[in-house]
Design a protein around this ligand. Structure first.
Ligand code: URA
Length: 210
């Protein structure tokens, strides 16, 4: 992926996202829509993966058929809201390896605090897709990418549902090599670090917590 920011403005993505933003949308619908959108975003984030031809036999003849090259992808969920995107992407890429980065945001300082880190082996040989629905201040996303780089990852993409201009800028400064793929670049962050217009707390909306 060459450009730093890709906004997936496909009508299906935008339609589903608008329903998710609506505060009247139920937890069940929110979850289902997130699953559907994650398929479409996964399609975009993997659009430039290298393929190589392998010889196979169809029922009719031999052919050289393209297959994705290299080691299995690594999907890294930034807990807890990343799991909503992860589930949908795994339906599309079931052989992917999966890791988890546990970071919570201190509500006062808005700084990330790490509580869990478990990732697949050989990250340096894999395309790594880090997922978190909300790129807000960028603090936790940048911290998660720092940890993935320390673990050896070199080819990292960051996939989110919504991004703020502040978060995109922060990511670009800290990790200019990590492309960001999102369904929307929203207007701004409010004083509590929420994306505006946004959709509220993504974790609360997908898990029905408050
Ligand atoms: N995290 C969320 O869940 N929502 C926001 O708007 C910002 C961070």
């Amino acid at each position: 992926m060459k450009q730093h920011l890709t906004v997936v403005d496909h009508p299906l993505v935008q339609h589903k996202l608008s329903i998710m933003r609506n505060k009247e949308t139920s937890t069940a619908s929110f979850r289902q829509l997130l699953r559907e959108i994650s398929h479409l975003l996964a399609y975009e984030v993997t659009s430039d993966l290298p393929v190589t031809n392998v010889t196979i036999q169809t029922p009719l003849c031999e052919m050289d058929a393209p297959m994705i090259d290299g080691k299995k992808l690594a999907l890294i969920s930034i807990l807890r809201a990343g799991n909503g995107l992860l589930d949908g992407i795994l339906e599309l890429i079931p052989a992917a390896r999966v890791g988890f980065v546990g970071l919570y945001r201190d509500e006062e300082t808005l700084q990330p605090v790490q509580y869990y880190f478990k990732v697949p082996k050989s990250l340096e040989d894999r395309t790594v897709i880090a997922v978190d629905p909300m790129l807000a201040t960028g603090n936790s996303s940048v911290a998660a990418i720092d940890l993935l780089k320390q673990a050896g990852a070199t080819d990292i993409r960051f996939l989110c549902l919504l991004a703020s201009p502040e978060g995109v800028e922060r990511m670009k400064e800290a990790h200019p090599d990590v492309p960001v793929i999102t369904a929307s670049l929203d207007s701004h962050l409010n004083e509590k670090g929420y994306i505006v217009p946004g959709l509220g707390d993504a974790g609360d909306r997908m898990f029905g917590t408050k």
